[in-house]
Design a protein around this ligand. Structure first.
Ligand SMILES: [Zn+2]
Ligand SMILES: [Zn+2]
Length: 242
């Protein structure tokens, strides 16, 4: 039997394609919290603009973790064989007292959340002081919109390999420049997410690049931010297959 190997040119082209166009978004909302879309439509719209992976991370606290996560998991199981995009169940632990964050992160994982985000100390909302630190200590995957996060917390995030978010969301994005500058200075992993609540919040890879450039990240470093999201998805998938 003759094996049909791709030509070196085709192989290089596919690598370049992956490198330039992968769009991963690990922080989005549906009607299960304050988003506008049901999960199937959110995923379809993301797939249609070229996403390769998405996490559904609705706002949660002790009242609704066990209501929402099993439903998201069920929807993803049904959808998975029919879409070309990786879809991950998740949670965004939101406005929880700092003492409860570790248990909520743990409970979210036990219920099936593959990506656990904690709603960080954005300057746009009265998030409790200490939330950033509690999220990092709890081992969240992503600390979203961490606002004017302290250098001490940044260093702890680096140690615990918690990703700090550069966000496309208005208001929360005011501190992107500070987060990018200090995270790069100290080698803390960054990832770019939309925090989408509406169809129009989903973005292309090209627009994501512009947001990163606008945060003051040099062109030569942009790919490493996208690669962090790819590695996080790989890690999560390995964890779930283990
Ligand atoms: Zn949030
Ligand atoms: Zn959010």
């Amino acid at each position: 039997m003759k094996l049909c190997m791709p030509s070196p040119l085709a192989f290089t082209f596919s690598l370049v394609f992956l490198y330039l166009f992968i769009m991963i978004d690990l922080h989005t909302h549906t009607v299960f919290s304050d988003g506008e879309l049901i999960p199937f439509e959110l995923v379809r719209r993301a797939e249609a603009i070229g996403y390769t992976a998405i996490a559904i991370t609705d706002h949660m606290d002790a009242s609704n973790l066990d209501l929402i996560i099993p439903r998201i998991v069920k929807a993803i199981e049904k959808l998975k064989p029919h879409v070309s995009i990786e879809v991950l169940a998740g949670a965004e632990i939101t406005h929880a007292p700092t003492e409860l964050i570790a248990d909520l992160v743990k409970e979210a994982r036990q219920l099936g959340a593959k990506i656990v985000v904690v709603h960080g100390e954005t300057i746009a909302e009265p998030v409790r002081k200490g939330t950033n630190r509690a999220a990092i200590e709890a081992g969240a995957d992503i600390l979203s919109h961490p606002g004017l996060i302290s250098i001490e917390d940044m260093l702890r995030a680096k140690e615990k390999h918690v990703h700090l978010e550069i966000t496309a969301r208005r208001g929360h994005a005011f501190t992107n420049g500070y987060i990018a500058k200090e995270a790069i200075r100290f080698g803390v992993p960054l990832c770019l997410n939309t925090d989408a609540h509406s169809p129009s919040d989903l973005i292309t890879r090209e627009y994501a690049r512009k947001i990163l450039l606008g945060a003051g990240i040099e062109e030569s470093r942009l790919d490493s931010v996208f690669e962090n999201s790819t590695s996080l998805v790989d890690k999560v998938l390995r964890r779930s297959n283990a």
